[in-house]
Design a protein around this ligand. Structure first.
Ligand SMILES: [Fe+2]
Length: 217
């Protein structure tokens, strides 16, 4: 499947991967010391999603040609859930499934995260749109804006596949770990509903093909 980049990479000339890594290190120190429970929830998932999303994007577009674009995907994937720091731990870390009101509060994390990111000097459209749109669904049932299909920025659709896969494989207070096969089956069921069906197809193909991809996950 051919995908076209939805916007020009490096839309902010102040974007710099190493500066962002400094920002991420600062976030790590602050999160670890001030909100250790949220940090424990946020950091492993952010790290794993960033690595997987970058590798998946490199598979789709090649490793060298779009280096800055891959950098932005990686940073966006790391920061995609940063808005969870603004969600009360009683909801974020609740050991049961959320009720409807709690889900509405939780859904605000994408808006809060995008707003916080928008204040940083090295932000780009891609990093911002990944944070804002990673819970938009292919069928239009997602949030915050109910975007659908290709109107969802490609980078957010890529990160969404990585985000969902890492979440399926992770243990959560309200669910156990799924095996790779169970996760693949779930991804296939979500294709065309929550996730871009072409990206799911490519993800599963690359997963079966790539030894490095398997090591990453
Ligand atoms: Fe999220």
């Amino acid at each position: 499947m051919m995908y076209s980049l939805s916007r020009t990479p490096l839309s902010n000339s102040r974007f710099n991967r190493s500066t962002w890594l400094d920002t991420i290190r600062a976030l790590t120190v602050v999160g670890h010391n001030l909100e250790p429970a949220i940090f424990a929830h946020f950091q492993p998932h952010a790290h794993a999603t960033a690595r997987l999303a970058r590798h998946f994007a490199a598979y789709l577009f090649g490793d060298g040609k779009h280096r800055h674009w891959l950098d932005e995907i990686e940073v966006g994937a790391y920061m995609h859930d940063v808005g969870k720091y603004f969600i009360t731990p009683e909801i974020l870390l609740k050991p049961d499934l959320l009720d409807e009101e709690e889900r509405k509060v939780m859904a605000l994390h994408s808006v809060y995260g995008a707003l916080a990111i928008s204040k940083l000097p090295g932000v780009t459209d891609i990093i911002h749109s990944v944070a804002l749109c990673h819970h938009e669904h292919w069928d239009g049932s997602g949030y915050p804006d109910g975007l659908s299909g290709p109107s969802i920025p490609l980078e957010a659709r890529i990160v969404a596949v990585a985000d969902v896969y890492i979440s399926l494989r992770a243990k959560r207070p309200y669910k156990s770990t799924l095996s790779k096969d169970e996760s693949f089956n779930t991804l296939q069921k979500m294709a065309g509903l929550e996730l871009d069906p072409s990206l799911v197809e490519d993800f599963l193909r690359e997963f079966e093909r790539g030894a490095m991809f398997r090591r990453l996950t």
